[in-house]
Design a protein around this ligand. Structure first.
Ligand code: 13P
Length: 253
């Protein structure tokens, strides 16, 4: 049985005051949630705040990105070891906003996955197709390519050390959610692709859905056999909405 995971990707949102309020709200409401792991990924500068507020709770925190490099003259970059220093458990790699807005290709994403592992972080590998790719019928081809880049560089066991998040680009921040069936089809495809290399890893790796997940659609999505939780953007910025999704995941097992 895979433990569900619901992680909030706060993207570039919040202020010191709003982050404190959001963390306090999550902490206050987490009490009834016992089976689902709940995590948050704040912007870098708020990670020390998450560390101060969440140390000693059941809630891990993580980064939204990391450098491909270890240290040195890379102005503006943040290394995996720095995230570990601040108690991060997770780090997102290959989010579609990084891929499209910052030109991260599969090779860069695979390298980030590798350096995250080397730093002792659990990478959350984000994969997903654009609207155009779905319309062309190449969703599986795209997702396979994104997944294979990591397996080829790091081997299948590396997949077992992390988490996969299927985030159809057309569903991110648009209010358009994949139907539970559409999501399940791609999740099953991903798990089968991993199983071609290792049935054990395929069985244990958690595959999250991301893209306009809300308390209102989370129950149906979480009910699908290969959906093991969610990576939440907009709805993660309101404690009540985020906790509503966490409760749906908690009730799904
Ligand atoms: P939304 O939940 O705002 O659609 O964002 C999803 C996402 O990109 C999480 O990483």
């Amino acid at each position: 049985m895979r433990q569900p995971l619901v992680a909030g990707n706060w993207k570039m949102n919040g202020s010191l005051a709003s982050v404190r309020e959001l963390l306090a709200g999550i902490k206050a409401g987490i009490g009834g949630i016992s089976k689902c792991e709940v995590a948050v990924c704040p912007p870098y500068v708020f990670i020390p705040v998450a560390q101060a507020e969440l140390s000693g709770t059941s809630i891990p925190w993580g980064g939204q990105n990391l450098s491909t490099e270890q240290s040195g003259a890379f102005t503006g970059e943040v290394a995996g070891s720095m995230l570990t220093d601040f108690g991060c458990t997770y780090v997102l790699v290959g989010h579609s906003e990084r891929r499209t807005l910052y030109g991260e290709d599969d090779a860069v994403v695979a390298k980030k996955y590798a350096v995250a592992r080397a730093a002792g972080l659990k990478p959350v590998l984000c994969v997903g197709e654009t609207q155009e790719e779905r319309e062309k019928g190449i969703t599986e081809e795209v997702v396979a390519r994104q997944l294979d880049a990591v397996i080829e560089l790091e081997g299948v066991d590396a997949i077992g050390d992390g988490v996969i998040a299927y985030e159809p680009v057309w569903a991110i921040g648009t209010g358009l959610t994949a139907t539970p069936e559409q999501a399940q089809d791609v999740h099953a495809f991903i798990r089968n692709r991993v199983a071609e290399h290792s049935a054990d890893v395929a069985d244990k790796v958690r595959i999250l859905y991301g893209g306009s997940m809300k308390p209102g659609n989370a129950v149906e999505l979480m009910a699908k056999p290969d959906i093991d939780g969610g990576l939440i953007g907009g709805a993660a910025l309101k404690a009540e909405d985020f906790l509503g999704i966490c409760r749906a995941a908690d009730d799904s097992v």
